[in-house]
Write a protein that binds this ligand. Sequence first.
Ligand code: M6R
Length: 365
Amino acid sequence: SKGDYAHFMEKEIFEQPAALENAMRGRFAADGSTAQFGGLNVTASEFRHIDRLMFCACGTAWHACLVTEHLIERFARLPVEVDYASEFRYRNTPLGSNTLFFVMSQSGETIDTLAALREAKRKGHRVLAISNVVGSSIAREADGGIYQHVGPEIGVASTKAFTSQLLIGAMMALYLARMRDMSFTDGVQFANALKAAPDLVRRVLDQAPNIREIAKRYAQSTDMLFLGRLSLFPLALEGALKLKEISYIHAEGYPAAEMKHGPIALISERCPSVFFAPAGEIFNKIVSSMQEIKARKGAVIAITTEGMQLPAGLANDVIEIPACHEAVLPIVAAIPIQLLSYYIAVERGCDVDKPRNLAKSVTVE
Ligand code: M6R
């Protein structure tokens, strides 16, 4: 049941600290420096020999795969490719013999993802799955995998399933990195950062009333942009998808620096932009992109790290997230865009849990 919440989506957003705890439980090695997964059915030496990973998924799970790509490449220095499951199954892409193939699907029933799994298996590859539903078609047909363990997700718009996929992707990156060049100390620090994620998420959830007020100011928009870089570029895509799905506002996600290659033509006082501007090496570059939007009269909603100073008058609204480890940043950054989309949709009177034209799992091609 929804308990005291107005919608399942709202309940599932607020459940995320507990969901993340559940997804992590029992999954850190005793020495605290790496992750461990029970059901992968891949030995350490087999893992040691892979030289590439491929992930296939759809929708929000595809965004989680893009973040996972970033983290595995960054920390384990292994090349990763991500494809839409629906494209992979028809494009006959070559898979090297040392490529490890993953599918990611919350429901485990998405037909395009199942077809991608079958295609990789047909080619003789071992296929692993990340899924939330025990015994789902994808979980049954995979050779091994990782369950998300976050309980049923009822809202059509994925929230807790998404952040738990991000967490598992980060744990995979830790596991693979520790088999390669990451030191014990860095591994412990990485693992401790993941363990702190539920508390950081809670701190962003505490800002829900503020985010609700911000949402009211933008609820009548017809278009919106979401902009982010590096590991938060996929979060920009996810923000745009979430908003489209439940509020029917047209939205697009871009890497912030791509604006000048076309999308900036859309900017006017009627098209606000949500910017991810976390502390980090390219903070100043993101600020320049904001200035370009501001110069064209576009409103800016900035999601930035506590304590960062944005130039006066640049952002119309600011949502602060706590400082955190790079591996945790995408999880923490997911919360403001979920809340913003949710409150905008509620403000518009939309049927948040059952948006038009959508089903919870897409079992037709
Ligand atoms: O169950 P899956 O993870 O395979 O679902 C994939 C997509 O259909 C799903 O993430 C969809 O994009 C959601 N409605 C997003 O909120």
